[in-house]
Design a protein around this ligand. Structure first.
Ligand code: OSB
Ligand code: MG
Length: 378
Protein backbone atom coordinates (compact mmCIF):
# COMPACT_ATOMS: atom_id res chain seq x y z
CA UNK A 1 0.00 0.00 0.00
CA UNK A 2 1.47 3.32 -1.07
CA UNK A 3 -0.02 6.77 -0.60
CA UNK A 4 -0.50 8.40 -4.02
CA UNK A 5 -2.70 11.44 -3.41
CA UNK A 6 -4.72 13.18 -0.74
CA UNK A 7 -8.09 14.85 -1.21
CA UNK A 8 -9.43 17.51 1.12
CA UNK A 9 -13.11 18.21 1.23
CA UNK A 10 -15.36 20.59 3.12
CA UNK A 11 -18.96 19.61 3.83
CA UNK A 12 -21.66 21.79 5.30
CA UNK A 13 -23.93 19.88 7.66
CA UNK A 14 -26.53 21.52 9.89
CA UNK A 15 -26.88 19.96 13.34
CA UNK A 16 -30.33 18.69 14.35
CA UNK A 17 -30.06 20.74 17.55
CA UNK A 18 -27.59 23.47 18.44
CA UNK A 19 -24.75 22.46 20.73
CA UNK A 20 -23.64 25.01 23.32
CA UNK A 21 -20.60 24.94 25.60
CA UNK A 22 -19.06 27.59 27.85
CA UNK A 23 -17.15 28.85 24.78
CA UNK A 24 -20.10 29.19 22.42
CA UNK A 25 -22.93 27.73 20.37
CA UNK A 26 -22.63 25.62 17.20
CA UNK A 27 -25.68 25.35 14.92
CA UNK A 28 -24.08 23.94 11.80
CA UNK A 29 -20.83 22.11 11.13
CA UNK A 30 -18.18 22.82 8.55
CA UNK A 31 -16.73 19.32 8.27
CA UNK A 32 -13.25 18.71 6.85
CA UNK A 33 -12.71 15.23 5.46
CA UNK A 34 -9.49 13.88 4.04
CA UNK A 35 -9.12 10.91 1.74
CA UNK A 36 -5.85 9.02 1.41
CA UNK A 37 -5.71 7.45 -2.06
CA UNK A 38 -3.56 4.33 -1.85
CA UNK A 39 -3.31 2.13 -4.96
CA UNK A 40 -7.04 1.65 -5.40
CA UNK A 41 -7.94 1.85 -1.72
CA UNK A 42 -9.36 5.02 -0.23
CA UNK A 43 -8.80 5.66 3.46
CA UNK A 44 -10.97 8.32 5.07
CA UNK A 45 -10.26 10.62 7.99
CA UNK A 46 -12.25 13.39 9.64
CA UNK A 47 -10.63 16.55 10.96
CA UNK A 48 -12.40 17.56 14.16
CA UNK A 49 -11.29 21.20 14.10
CA UNK A 50 -14.23 23.50 14.79
CA UNK A 51 -15.72 26.45 12.95
CA UNK A 52 -13.62 28.85 15.01
CA UNK A 53 -10.52 28.70 17.28
CA UNK A 54 -12.46 28.28 20.52
CA UNK A 55 -12.01 24.71 21.74
CA UNK A 56 -8.37 25.02 20.68
CA UNK A 57 -6.40 27.30 18.34
CA UNK A 58 -7.12 25.03 15.40
CA UNK A 59 -10.10 25.65 13.20
CA UNK A 60 -11.15 24.44 9.79
CA UNK A 61 -9.18 27.06 7.84
CA UNK A 62 -5.87 26.47 9.65
CA UNK A 63 -6.37 22.73 9.28
CA UNK A 64 -7.08 22.95 5.56
CA UNK A 65 -4.02 25.07 4.83
CA UNK A 66 -1.71 23.11 7.13
CA UNK A 67 -2.73 19.83 5.51
CA UNK A 68 -2.46 21.24 1.99
CA UNK A 69 0.82 23.12 2.33
CA UNK A 70 2.82 21.03 4.80
CA UNK A 71 1.39 17.75 6.09
CA UNK A 72 0.10 16.16 2.90
CA UNK A 73 3.29 17.03 0.94
CA UNK A 74 5.41 15.50 3.75
CA UNK A 75 3.47 12.22 3.62
CA UNK A 76 3.40 12.13 -0.18
CA UNK A 77 7.14 12.75 -0.49
CA UNK A 78 7.80 9.84 1.88
CA UNK A 79 5.40 7.46 0.12
CA UNK A 80 4.12 6.42 3.52
CA UNK A 81 2.69 2.93 3.83
CA UNK A 82 1.29 2.55 7.33
CA UNK A 83 -0.83 4.57 9.69
CA UNK A 84 1.66 4.32 12.50
CA UNK A 85 4.41 5.85 10.33
CA UNK A 86 2.41 9.02 9.74
CA UNK A 87 3.11 10.80 13.03
CA UNK A 88 6.87 10.84 12.69
CA UNK A 89 6.73 12.11 9.10
CA UNK A 90 4.51 15.01 10.19
CA UNK A 91 6.45 15.83 13.38
CA UNK A 92 8.30 18.76 11.80
CA UNK A 93 5.03 20.69 11.95
CA UNK A 94 4.50 21.86 15.50
CA UNK A 95 1.07 21.35 16.96
CA UNK A 96 -1.89 21.26 14.55
CA UNK A 97 -2.85 17.91 16.02
CA UNK A 98 -6.35 17.83 14.53
CA UNK A 99 -4.95 18.34 11.04
CA UNK A 100 -2.37 15.60 11.64
CA UNK A 101 -4.93 13.20 13.09
CA UNK A 102 -7.21 13.46 10.06
CA UNK A 103 -4.35 12.30 7.85
CA UNK A 104 -2.91 9.66 10.14
CA UNK A 105 -6.33 8.17 10.74
CA UNK A 106 -7.08 8.10 7.00
CA UNK A 107 -3.92 6.02 6.59
CA UNK A 108 -4.96 3.59 9.33
CA UNK A 109 -8.39 3.42 7.69
CA UNK A 110 -6.76 2.48 4.36
CA UNK A 111 -4.39 0.03 6.00
CA UNK A 112 -7.22 -1.83 7.73
CA UNK A 113 -8.97 -2.27 4.37
CA UNK A 114 -5.80 -3.37 2.66
CA UNK A 115 -4.95 -5.86 5.44
CA UNK A 116 -8.54 -7.12 5.39
CA UNK A 117 -8.70 -6.53 9.13
CA UNK A 118 -11.19 -4.66 11.25
CA UNK A 119 -9.77 -1.28 12.22
CA UNK A 120 -10.33 -1.99 15.93
CA UNK A 121 -8.06 -5.02 15.73
CA UNK A 122 -5.34 -3.10 13.92
CA UNK A 123 -5.48 -0.55 16.75
CA UNK A 124 -5.11 -3.28 19.38
CA UNK A 125 -8.68 -3.31 20.64
CA UNK A 126 -10.24 -6.19 22.56
CA UNK A 127 -13.67 -5.09 23.79
CA UNK A 128 -16.64 -6.38 21.80
CA UNK A 129 -18.82 -3.44 22.69
CA UNK A 130 -18.28 0.04 23.92
CA UNK A 131 -20.16 1.90 26.67
CA UNK A 132 -21.95 5.07 25.61
CA UNK A 133 -22.84 8.27 27.36
CA UNK A 134 -24.10 11.58 26.04
CA UNK A 135 -22.83 15.12 26.30
CA UNK A 136 -25.71 17.57 26.63
CA UNK A 137 -25.04 21.21 25.89
CA UNK A 138 -26.26 24.34 27.62
CA UNK A 139 -29.95 24.85 26.75
CA UNK A 140 -32.28 27.83 26.59
CA UNK A 141 -33.94 26.77 29.87
CA UNK A 142 -33.51 24.34 32.76
CA UNK A 143 -36.77 22.69 31.72
CA UNK A 144 -35.39 22.01 28.24
CA UNK A 145 -32.26 20.43 29.74
CA UNK A 146 -34.29 18.14 32.02
CA UNK A 147 -36.39 17.03 29.05
CA UNK A 148 -33.26 16.20 27.07
CA UNK A 149 -31.85 14.16 29.94
CA UNK A 150 -35.11 12.27 30.21
CA UNK A 151 -34.99 11.43 26.50
CA UNK A 152 -31.40 10.19 26.63
CA UNK A 153 -31.99 8.07 29.74
CA UNK A 154 -34.98 6.48 28.02
CA UNK A 155 -32.73 5.72 25.03
CA UNK A 156 -30.48 3.72 27.37
CA UNK A 157 -27.37 5.89 27.66
CA UNK A 158 -25.19 4.86 30.59
CA UNK A 159 -23.93 8.28 31.62
CA UNK A 160 -25.16 11.84 31.33
CA UNK A 161 -22.67 14.69 31.01
CA UNK A 162 -23.88 18.26 31.14
CA UNK A 163 -22.00 21.36 30.13
CA UNK A 164 -21.52 23.87 32.93
CA UNK A 165 -20.32 27.45 33.35
CA UNK A 166 -20.75 30.02 36.13
CA UNK A 167 -24.52 30.67 36.30
CA UNK A 168 -25.39 27.37 34.60
CA UNK A 169 -24.04 25.00 37.22
CA UNK A 170 -25.12 24.54 40.84
CA UNK A 171 -28.83 25.20 40.30
CA UNK A 172 -28.86 22.97 37.25
CA UNK A 173 -27.05 20.14 39.05
CA UNK A 174 -29.40 20.48 42.02
CA UNK A 175 -32.44 20.06 39.77
CA UNK A 176 -30.92 17.07 37.99
CA UNK A 177 -30.01 15.32 41.24
CA UNK A 178 -33.42 16.03 42.80
CA UNK A 179 -35.06 14.28 39.89
CA UNK A 180 -32.51 11.49 39.32
CA UNK A 181 -30.56 10.83 42.56
CA UNK A 182 -28.78 7.74 41.25
CA UNK A 183 -27.82 8.24 37.59
CA UNK A 184 -24.18 8.33 36.56
CA UNK A 185 -23.66 12.07 36.11
CA UNK A 186 -20.70 14.22 35.17
CA UNK A 187 -20.08 17.77 34.00
CA UNK A 188 -17.74 19.56 31.62
CA UNK A 189 -16.71 23.19 32.13
CA UNK A 190 -14.50 23.63 29.04
CA UNK A 191 -12.25 25.93 31.08
CA UNK A 192 -15.01 28.20 32.42
CA UNK A 193 -13.61 28.53 35.98
CA UNK A 194 -10.57 30.01 37.69
CA UNK A 195 -8.81 29.10 40.96
CA UNK A 196 -10.63 32.04 42.57
CA UNK A 197 -13.87 30.07 42.05
CA UNK A 198 -12.72 27.45 44.56
CA UNK A 199 -15.65 27.95 46.94
CA UNK A 200 -18.10 27.44 44.09
CA UNK A 201 -16.20 24.40 42.77
CA UNK A 202 -16.19 22.82 46.24
CA UNK A 203 -20.00 22.78 46.11
CA UNK A 204 -19.80 20.41 43.11
CA UNK A 205 -18.78 17.76 45.66
CA UNK A 206 -22.41 17.63 46.87
CA UNK A 207 -23.66 16.05 43.64
CA UNK A 208 -21.81 12.74 43.59
CA UNK A 209 -20.43 13.42 40.12
CA UNK A 210 -18.37 10.83 38.28
CA UNK A 211 -16.05 13.71 37.34
CA UNK A 212 -15.70 17.37 36.54
CA UNK A 213 -14.05 17.82 33.18
CA UNK A 214 -11.54 20.60 32.43
CA UNK A 215 -12.61 23.17 35.04
CA UNK A 216 -9.60 25.51 34.53
CA UNK A 217 -7.58 26.90 31.59
CA UNK A 218 -7.28 24.80 28.44
CA UNK A 219 -3.46 24.75 28.63
CA UNK A 220 -3.09 24.21 32.36
CA UNK A 221 -1.94 21.21 34.38
CA UNK A 222 -0.34 22.84 37.44
CA UNK A 223 -3.44 24.60 38.77
CA UNK A 224 -5.60 21.55 38.09
CA UNK A 225 -3.24 19.61 40.37
CA UNK A 226 -3.74 22.18 43.12
CA UNK A 227 -7.49 22.12 42.58
CA UNK A 228 -7.69 18.31 42.61
CA UNK A 229 -6.20 18.34 46.12
CA UNK A 230 -9.10 20.55 47.26
CA UNK A 231 -11.91 18.52 45.70
CA UNK A 232 -13.51 15.19 46.47
CA UNK A 233 -14.83 15.01 42.90
CA UNK A 234 -12.41 13.54 40.35
CA UNK A 235 -11.04 15.95 37.78
CA UNK A 236 -10.90 14.70 34.19
CA UNK A 237 -8.62 16.50 31.76
CA UNK A 238 -9.63 17.05 28.15
CA UNK A 239 -8.14 20.17 26.49
CA UNK A 240 -4.86 20.18 28.36
CA UNK A 241 -3.76 16.67 27.35
CA UNK A 242 -2.23 17.14 23.88
CA UNK A 243 0.13 14.17 23.89
CA UNK A 244 1.61 11.40 26.02
CA UNK A 245 3.96 13.76 27.87
CA UNK A 246 1.07 15.95 28.99
CA UNK A 247 -0.66 12.86 30.35
CA UNK A 248 2.54 11.84 32.12
CA UNK A 249 2.83 15.26 33.72
CA UNK A 250 -0.83 15.34 34.72
CA UNK A 251 -0.68 11.91 36.32
CA UNK A 252 2.55 12.55 38.18
CA UNK A 253 1.34 15.92 39.50
CA UNK A 254 -2.06 14.50 40.44
CA UNK A 255 -3.92 16.94 38.18
CA UNK A 256 -6.64 14.42 37.34
CA UNK A 257 -7.89 10.92 38.13
CA UNK A 258 -9.49 10.35 34.73
CA UNK A 259 -8.43 11.24 31.17
CA UNK A 260 -10.64 12.04 28.18
CA UNK A 261 -8.96 10.82 24.97
CA UNK A 262 -9.87 12.58 21.74
CA UNK A 263 -7.92 11.23 18.82
CA UNK A 264 -7.97 14.61 17.07
CA UNK A 265 -6.70 16.52 20.09
CA UNK A 266 -3.66 14.24 20.50
CA UNK A 267 -2.76 14.09 16.79
CA UNK A 268 -3.92 10.66 15.67
CA UNK A 269 -4.40 7.02 16.59
CA UNK A 270 -0.73 6.36 17.47
CA UNK A 271 -0.60 9.06 20.13
CA UNK A 272 -4.09 8.16 21.36
CA UNK A 273 -2.93 4.57 21.91
CA UNK A 274 0.14 5.95 23.71
CA UNK A 275 -2.01 8.02 26.09
CA UNK A 276 -4.30 5.02 26.60
CA UNK A 277 -1.38 2.73 27.47
CA UNK A 278 0.25 5.20 29.83
CA UNK A 279 -3.01 5.75 31.72
CA UNK A 280 -3.55 2.01 31.89
CA UNK A 281 -0.10 1.52 33.47
CA UNK A 282 -0.98 4.10 36.12
CA UNK A 283 -4.47 2.79 36.88
CA UNK A 284 -6.11 5.88 35.37
CA UNK A 285 -9.33 5.03 33.48
CA UNK A 286 -9.92 6.74 30.13
CA UNK A 287 -12.95 7.38 27.96
CA UNK A 288 -13.39 8.54 24.39
CA UNK A 289 -14.45 12.15 23.88
CA UNK A 290 -16.50 13.44 20.98
CA UNK A 291 -16.29 16.49 18.72
CA UNK A 292 -19.71 16.42 17.03
CA UNK A 293 -18.31 14.05 14.42
CA UNK A 294 -19.95 12.68 11.31
CA UNK A 295 -20.05 8.92 10.89
CA UNK A 296 -16.44 8.77 9.74
CA UNK A 297 -14.90 10.24 12.89
CA UNK A 298 -17.54 8.46 14.92
CA UNK A 299 -16.67 5.05 13.42
CA UNK A 300 -13.03 5.73 14.24
CA UNK A 301 -13.99 6.64 17.82
CA UNK A 302 -15.87 3.35 18.13
CA UNK A 303 -12.82 1.41 16.93
CA UNK A 304 -10.51 3.24 19.35
CA UNK A 305 -12.90 2.69 22.26
CA UNK A 306 -12.42 -1.08 22.02
CA UNK A 307 -9.01 -0.74 23.72
CA UNK A 308 -9.17 -2.27 27.18
CA UNK A 309 -8.66 0.82 29.35
CA UNK A 310 -11.68 2.62 27.87
CA UNK A 311 -13.44 1.67 31.08
CA UNK A 312 -15.84 4.58 31.41
CA UNK A 313 -18.75 5.46 29.08
CA UNK A 314 -17.59 7.83 26.35
CA UNK A 315 -19.19 10.70 24.45
CA UNK A 316 -19.60 8.46 21.41
CA UNK A 317 -23.32 8.32 20.74
CA UNK A 318 -25.77 7.62 17.91
CA UNK A 319 -25.59 9.45 14.55
CA UNK A 320 -29.26 10.37 14.80
CA UNK A 321 -28.62 12.62 17.80
CA UNK A 322 -26.69 14.96 15.47
CA UNK A 323 -27.71 14.42 11.86
CA UNK A 324 -30.90 13.94 9.87
CA UNK A 325 -28.77 11.82 7.56
CA UNK A 326 -25.24 10.62 8.34
CA UNK A 327 -22.61 10.09 5.65
CA UNK A 328 -21.98 6.44 6.53
CA UNK A 329 -24.09 3.33 6.07
CA UNK A 330 -25.28 1.96 8.41
CA UNK A 331 -25.42 4.95 10.74
CA UNK A 332 -23.84 4.58 14.17
CA UNK A 333 -26.52 3.01 16.35
CA UNK A 334 -26.70 2.56 20.10
CA UNK A 335 -28.52 -0.33 21.79
CA UNK A 336 -31.10 0.12 24.53
CA UNK A 337 -28.38 -0.92 26.96
CA UNK A 338 -26.32 2.07 25.92
CA UNK A 339 -23.70 0.18 23.93
CA UNK A 340 -22.30 0.13 20.40
CA UNK A 341 -21.17 -3.25 19.10
CA UNK A 342 -17.87 -3.25 17.25
CA UNK A 343 -17.97 -4.17 13.55
CA UNK A 344 -16.03 -7.27 12.61
CA UNK A 345 -15.74 -6.75 8.86
CA UNK A 346 -12.50 -5.37 7.36
CA UNK A 347 -11.88 -1.65 7.72
CA UNK A 348 -13.95 0.82 9.72
CA UNK A 349 -17.10 -1.29 9.33
CA UNK A 350 -19.29 1.58 8.09
CA UNK A 351 -19.52 2.28 4.35
CA UNK A 352 -18.99 5.75 2.94
CA UNK A 353 -22.06 7.32 1.30
CA UNK A 354 -20.20 8.95 -1.58
CA UNK A 355 -23.30 10.39 -3.29
CA UNK A 356 -24.42 12.14 -0.13
CA UNK A 357 -20.90 13.38 0.56
CA UNK A 358 -20.76 14.77 -2.99
CA UNK A 359 -24.06 16.57 -2.41
CA UNK A 360 -22.86 18.16 0.83
CA UNK A 361 -19.41 19.16 -0.46
CA UNK A 362 -18.70 22.87 -0.91
CA UNK A 363 -15.03 22.68 -1.87
CA UNK A 364 -12.43 20.06 -2.64
CA UNK A 365 -8.75 19.99 -3.47
CA UNK A 366 -6.44 17.11 -4.35
CA UNK A 367 -2.73 17.05 -3.58
CA UNK A 368 -0.48 14.68 -5.49
CA UNK A 369 3.17 13.73 -5.08
CA UNK A 370 5.68 15.98 -6.81
CA UNK A 371 3.88 19.15 -5.75
CA UNK A 372 1.62 18.99 -8.84
CA UNK A 373 -1.37 20.44 -7.11
CA UNK A 374 -4.79 19.98 -8.67
CA UNK A 375 -7.45 22.16 -7.15
CA UNK A 376 -11.05 22.95 -7.72
CA UNK A 377 -13.70 25.07 -6.09
CA UNK A 378 -17.44 24.61 -6.31
O1 OSB B 1 -15.39 19.33 25.53
O2 OSB B 1 -16.03 17.38 25.06
C1 OSB B 1 -15.97 18.57 24.78
C2 OSB B 1 -18.00 19.21 21.61
C3 OSB B 1 -17.22 20.16 20.98
C4 OSB B 1 -16.10 20.60 21.61
C5 OSB B 1 -15.72 20.10 22.85
C6 OSB B 1 -16.49 19.14 23.48
C7 OSB B 1 -17.66 18.71 22.85
C8 OSB B 1 -18.58 17.76 23.45
C9 OSB B 1 -19.48 17.04 22.50
O3 OSB B 1 -18.72 17.60 24.64
C10 OSB B 1 -19.32 15.58 22.51
C11 OSB B 1 -20.12 15.00 21.38
O4 OSB B 1 -21.31 14.74 21.57
O5 OSB B 1 -19.55 14.79 20.28
MG1 MG C 1 -14.60 18.23 27.19
Amino acid sequence: MKLEAITLRELHMPLKYFFETSFGRTESRRVLLVTAHCEGIDGWGECVAGEGPFYSYEWIETAWETVRDFLAPALLAAKVERGKDGAELMARVRGHNMAKAALENALWDAEAQQQQQPLWRLLGGTLSQIACGVSIGIQNSHEQLLEKIETELAAGYQRIKVKVKPGWDLEVLTKIRNRWPDIVLSCDANSAYRPADLDRLRKFDDFNLLMIEQPLWDDDIFHHAKLQRELKTSICLDESVRHVRDAEQAIELGACRIVNIKVGRVGGFSEAIGVHDLCQQHGIPVWCGGMLETGIGRAHNVALSTLANFRLPGDVSASKRYWTEDIVEPEIEVSLRGTIARKDQPGRGYEIRKDLIEKLTVRTETIRSGAAKVSSLG
